[in-house]
Design a protein around this ligand. Structure first.
Ligand SMILES: [Mn+2]
Length: 324
């Protein structure tokens, strides 16, 4: 249940607040944390923002991103612990210590599985992003919506709604977007940074992968492989291949896709995707991997060719089992 009043009371009673994001941070947890930071600073609070892992490069433009610290660097005491977009204590990682050090705890989150681990829990599994809840929270704090805060909230909402394309995209997301545009959100510029622009190595690698794309099971499974030589030729890093598998699934006629890449340590990393009703988490689990129903991963030892054949064989079986 949302509890913006409870959160506002906890904040009113605190002079200092430590805000925490989840491990492997995404736009929603970072946007939420930095928006709350700006609002609380505006209210005259002392604020620290913490995350166990590094902020993704494309989010570093947000105001306050450079102030985010690893929890072990903390020397201060805070009256209130506030986690944002953190579905359970395990997702706090090293920030769990900060929670223990604070007498008062609160959280704002939108994961339906959240067990309510804080004293004050504002949790709404139906919210499209934690950042939409933060917009409402600002009203209860009587904190003005500034352009800097709007940028933070846009990052979170656009990230969790797949740039306003996923099923979770709801009217509230657009209502909040209206508010953000009112205060001068530079939508086109940020959309370019977050969703469109790519580095040259990234584009070269994408070209290489698409050129090598082949199809199995009468064109229903797209298969792409990238060797260490491909990465070297394109002057690309492994992370530059992170979203390439989606192009396989976006090919008309396919319902499953896999990208295999040779890592520097010799292991083969597989990214699997499926369209509903097909699933790939079961395929991944069978081969020692895991993930979500429509997006999963596996890491295997062996040659690129042999392991890819193994994974594709499992995918074909899954396809047959689902379609009959
Ligand atoms: Mn989120």
């Amino acid at each position: 249940m949302r509890d913006p009043e409870g959160i506002a009371r906890a904040i009113a009673a605190a002079e200092s607040v430590c805000i925490c994001s989840h491990v492997n941070p995404d736009g929603d947890t970072i946007g939420s944390a930095l928006a709350m930071r700006l609002a609380l600073l505006g209210m005259g609070k002392r604020v620290g923002v913490f995350c166990q892992d590094k902020v993704p490069d494309d989010l570093c433009f947000l105001q306050g991103a450079k102030e985010i610290r690893h929890p072990e660097e903390n020397q201060d005491r805070y009256d209130l612990f506030l986690s944002v977009d953190v579905s359970d204590v395990a997702r706090l990682g090293a920030c769990a210590e900060l929670r223990q050090a604070c007498e008062n705890t609160a959280q704002i989150d939108h994961h339906g599985t959240n067990p309510g681990y804080a004293q004050v829990n504002s949790v709404d599994g139906d919210a499209s992003a934690t950042c939409t809840m933060i917009r409402e929270q600002l009203e209860y704090l009587q904190a003005p919506l500034t352009r800097e805060i709007a940028e933070c909230l846009y990052v979170g909402i656009s990230s969790d709604t797949g740039n306003f394309s996923f099923d979770c995209t709801d009217p509230e997301a657009f209502h909040v977007m209206g508010d953000l545009l009112e205060v001068g959100l530079p939508l086109a510029e940020l959309n370019m940074i977050l969703f469109r622009e790519k580095s040259k190595p990234q584009l070269r690698l994408l070209g290489r992968a698409i050129e090598k794309m082949r199809f199995e099971a009468e064109g229903r499974i797209a298969v792409m492989t990238l060797t260490r030589q491909d990465f070297a030729d394109c002057e690309a890093l492994s992370e530059h291949a992170d979203t390439i598998v989606n192009y396989g699934l976006e090919t008309i006629g396919t319902c499953m896709a896999v990208l295999a890449r040779e890592k520097d340590d010799g292991r083969i990393k597989f990214s699997l995707r499926a369209r509903a009703p097909l699933t790939v988490d079961d395929v991944a689990a069978k081969l020692g991997g895991g993930g979500h129903a429509r997006a999963a991963g596996i890491s295997m030892e062996g040659s690129l060719e042999a392991t890819t054949n193994l994974v594709v064989k499992e995918m074909i079986q899954r396809l047959k089992a689902t379609m009959t």
